[in-house]
Design a protein. Structure first.
Length: 319
């Protein structure tokens, strides 16, 4: 049984389904706690207790999603949405109880049902730590699958998918799709195709950047001169690999420099299959402590403001 969260990658790489494991990193752990708080889940405080003080501060800083404002409608408050909906999908992408899902299963973050001039519209909301890490953005097949199934369950006439990024603190809207439109049929075909594909082949492409399993993927596996990398048995063998890795790093830097020059001179680099764009992105500067201002406030006690960090280890060449 494929999970809805695996559908976006399965669309481009059927083999990715077999690589998925139930594992996560600290970012995913923080995300789970934030989701639990916003979804008012019973285990929210337990998940928060598993975070470091710094991670808990991040979750508190993210806060609740901002109101979702749609043209001609009153703002949609996340607190008023239906949260954490366990969804099972049948072969024709109809929503049923989670355990009865025969096509796919997953948990939708939230949705509202609103009245519009064209009929009832299901607004499907998905929360992510960052919108930039979502394959397909608000039109991701994961969101489409939930929206199609829940639109049928709620007897709606159409759906709109919306993606919220905790880091960006903003919403990004997908397409509004009415059930009598060609786009609905296309969305439905893509969900079914991704969930039922029998091909187990691996496909390398820009979508790999969104795959957390790529480091154990044979298509992503690094090869040097056609040779698969394996752990050597001798120190000299490891030294040889380490030097070759440095050579690859140097080549990668050259390629990145070329890509930077290309974007400067000719514009963004696009991957038509995934819709990803390699381009310059403006980011806010990081907050930092103004040492001179602190010194002016503390005077002679300025030295007491310093904090010695914990010792740490790093791998590097030395003599």
């Amino acid at each position: 049984m494929i999970r809805c969260s695996s559908l976006p990658l399965a669309k481009f790489c059927p083999g990715s389904i077999g690589l998925n494991r139930n594992e996560c990193d600290r970012v995913a752990t923080v995300s789970s706690a934030w989701h639990a708080i916003q979804g008012q889940q019973a285990d929210a405080q337990t998940l928060m207790a598993r975070l470091t003080p710094e991670e808990r501060e991040d979750v508190e800083d993210f806060g609740p999603p901002k109101d979702l404002c749609l043209p001609g409608l009153a703002p949609l408050l996340y607190a008023n949405a239906r949260h954490e909906i366990a969804v099972g999908l049948t072969e024709n992408v109809r929503a049923v109880a989670y355990a009865d899902g025969t096509l796919s299963q997953g948990t939708a973050d939230a949705y509202w049902v609103v009245a519009t001039d064209k009929g009832k519209l299901l607004v499907l909301a998905d929360l992510k730590m960052s919108r930039m890490n979502v394959l397909g953005g608000p039109n991701s097949l994961q969101l489409k699958a939930y929206a199609i199934g829940l639109s049928d369950f709620e007897k709606c006439d159409g759906y709109l998918t919306a993606l919220y990024g905790a880091v960006e603190q903003s919403w990004e809207l997908g397409e509004t799709v009415w059930l009598d439109s060609p786009q609905f049929l296309q969305d439905k075909r893509e969900v079914i195709a991704a969930a039922t594909g029998t091909d187990t082949g691996f496909v390398r492409g820009a979508h790999c950047l969104n795959c957390y399993s790529r480091l154990r993927c044979p298509a992503w596996e690094t090869r040097i001169d056609g040779e698969t990398i394996v752990a050597p048995e001798s120190g000299s063998g490891m030294l040889s690999l380490l030097l070759r890795a440095k050579s690859l790093e140097d080549q990668a830097k050259r390629i990145k420099d070329m890509a930077e020059a290309w974007v400067e001179q000719k514009g963004p680099i696009r991957d038509e299959a995934t819709g990803k764009v390699f381009r310059w992105v403006e980011s806010s500067g990081r907050k930092s402590l103004n040492a001179e201002a602190v010194k002016a406030l503390t005077g002679e006690n300025f030295a007491s403001c310093y904090k010695q960090g914990a010792a740490y280890r790093s791998l590097r060449w030395t003599r």
